[in-house]
Design a protein around this ligand. Sequence first.
Ligand SMILES: CC(C)(COP(=O)(O)OP(=O)(O)OC[C@H]1O[C@@H](n2cnc3c(N)ncnc32)[C@H](O)[C@@H]1OP(=O)(O)O)[C@@H](O)C(=O)NCCC(=O)NCCS
Length: 161
Amino acid sequence: VSERVEVRRARRDDAAWIRETLQASWGEPVVARRGRVVDATTLPALVALDGTTRVGLATYRVDGAAAELVTIDALVEGAGVGTALLEAVGTAARGAGCSRLWLITTNDNLRALRFYQRRGLRLVAVHAGAVAEARRLKPSIPLVGRDGIEIRDELELAVEL
Ligand SMILES: CC(C)(COP(=O)(O)OP(=O)(O)OC[C@H]1O[C@@H](n2cnc3c(N)ncnc32)[C@H](O)[C@@H]1OP(=O)(O)O)[C@@H](O)C(=O)NCCC(=O)NCCS
């Protein structure tokens, strides 16, 4: 990935790639958290580009004064793609009138927990055991996640914009 990762709003011709990318990362384009499912293909999306190559995707949801980062995926890790996407989501959310950005990650995702905290988000809640309910809504959520850690808890992080 070259020096500057660019981020733009998704276009109509990104739709197939967005679906494939969500499927590859999350099993299906549906995300389950906080007892609800959302089809991420229906959400506003931002695409990270290295030149003309798509290298990352973020989807988010605006709900009044708060925006939820629903998915974020860097196809190349450790090269600034996630940082560029997170910044762009913050900017888009502020532009939509939001004063807060929040998200759910899971207890196994230590890389994400580090990544978000390094970028100003704070852990505001631990929903212990909540993944059991998410798994009822989305049975494809694996029992074991990253680093061989059982996926059990929803970690809620947030930042004021
Ligand atoms: C979590 C995730 C989005 C982070 O994205 P990323 O692109 O790897 O993150 P970045 O590259 O921006 O930053 C991570 C590290 O890479 C390095 N880095 C960042 N920008 C860099 C650059 N321009 N050049 C070289 N290295 C860089 C830094 O070491 C940074 O760590 P830091 O916190 O010490 O600054 C990514 O790991 C991912 O897609 N994970 C899988 C999906 C997932 O778990 N999503 C979150 C679900 S809630």
